[in-house]
Design a protein around this ligand. Structure first.
Ligand code: IMP
Ligand code: MG
Length: 200
């Protein structure tokens, strides 16, 4: 405890404990391994939110593969995306002829994934599928296909296991819901804290 400040005070409750995440990642990896046997698998994580999920998923995958990352940002406020997605150009690995598995932390409005699927298709891969840990179905604005889904989650702001709030909490080993009062109303009030200027 630093200075008596409880850095977890903004958390409401643990939604997905470590053991539950571990078990589901194992199941997803088994399904993926069965589908990609004999293929040229490139696991492509979306920075920053997917880094923990990718690390656990690839270590559970019993088949040859390569790992890469791309960086996507939606320049809306921190707790909601506005549909304008920017992808850093420099990071794209060569995709032509590869079997690409795009790995995301969470699908919310769907704008990020819909945009990334389009971008991927332009680069000539042999196949594209999406593996996403969490899905807030209730919030969808554009339809997206997710071939491998971890969990459907309620419409609350979630942190941990890669997910952040204003850059914090990514390293929690579980997924937790943030207290509503920790983020509600703040989007309008303090834009220098909440403007999403980095990678998701
Ligand atoms: P979408 O474009 O609205 O589907 O937003 C997807 C992105 O928004 C995700 O990749 C996350 O970076 C971010 N996001 C959406 N919901 C949450 C959440 O509950 N916690 C943390 N990040 C979130
Ligand atoms: Mg993300």
């Amino acid at each position: 405890m630093t200075d008596g400040v409880d850095w977890l005070a903004d958390l409401d409750r643990v939604l997905l404990p470590e053991s539950v995440l571990r078990q589901r990642v194992r199941e997803l990896a088994q399904a993926i391994a069965a589908d990609y046997a004999g293929k040229d698998l490139l696991v492509l994580g979306v920075l920053t939110g997917s880094f923990v999920f990718v690390a656990d998923l690839v270590r559970a995958l019993d088949l040859p593969l390569e790992v890469g990352f791309i960086s996507a940002s939606s320049y809306g406020k921190q707790s909601a995306s506005n549909g304008q997605v920017t992808v850093l150009e420099g990071l794209w690995p060569e995709l032509s002829g590869r079997d690409v598995l795009l790995v995301e932390d969470i699908v919310d409005s769907g704008h990020t994934l819909a945009h990334l699927r389009q971008e991927l298709a332009r680069r000539g891969p042999r196949s594209v599928a999406v593996c996403c840990l969490l899905d807030k179905t209730e919030r969808r604005e554009v339809p997206v296909t997710v071939e491998y889904l971890g969990f459907s989650v309620p419409n609350e702001f979630l942190v941990g296991y890669g997910l952040d709030y204003a850059g914090r909490f990514r390293h929690l080993p579980y997924v937790a819901a943030l207290k509503a009062e920790a983020y509600q109303g703040k989007d309008e009030q303090s834009s220098e804290v909440l403007d999403d200027v980095g990678a998701e």
